[in-house]
Design a protein around this ligand. Sequence first.
Ligand code: ATP
Length: 201
Amino acid sequence: HIPLVGLTGGIGSGKTLVSDQLGALGAGIIDTDLISHEITASGGSAIPLIKAAFGLEFINATGALNRHQMRKLVFENPDARQTLEGITHPLIRQETAKRALALSKTKAPYLVFSVPLLIESGTWINLIDYLVVVDCPKETQIERVMQRNNLTRNEVEGILNAQASREERLISANAVIENQGDLDSLNKAVLNLHQKLLKIS
Ligand code: ATP
């Protein structure tokens, strides 16, 4: 079957840049973060279920999930987080399977599942044939995310502490993309990775 490559990394490590480039090189990309946004956008398949479980105050005027409100709730309430994930995770898996099937019929030599919390969430690791981890020093992550999301150092450190550590990710990796240099070095590393992935397919 077509190889399934998992792509993960901590916040701000550079997953999106890597998956964009692999996509440009011909890989079939499935971004679970993107799917998660789609199912909670206006008209998304999770919206009626979220409305039923949490009430109308978590849906904004356009019919999309009120992310701000929901983030506040699940941050302080683990049960609410579990309820939300009980709604979204099966829908994300279903949509991922649908896209994987469609992409497996194209010329893509391999599929990339980009999953931010691949190590943390457990189920994905059993599906994939090969795990790629994007890695950079913690300080680099902090600087990038402070700048990109306009957050304080404390806020970024809070997010980092809730994720798997670099070590926990690296231990499961079949390949590591070091992304601590400039974009040129990243592009070269991704091209190398692509050549390697073509050989396993
Ligand atoms: P998240 O998990 O938060 O979605 P991510 O792992 O997808 O993050 P990216 O969005 O690809 O990471 O990168 C984070 C930010 O850092 C982006 O603004 C990106 O442009 C920048 N960045 C990443 N790598 C580099 C690099 N090598 N040189 C310069 N900027 C970079």
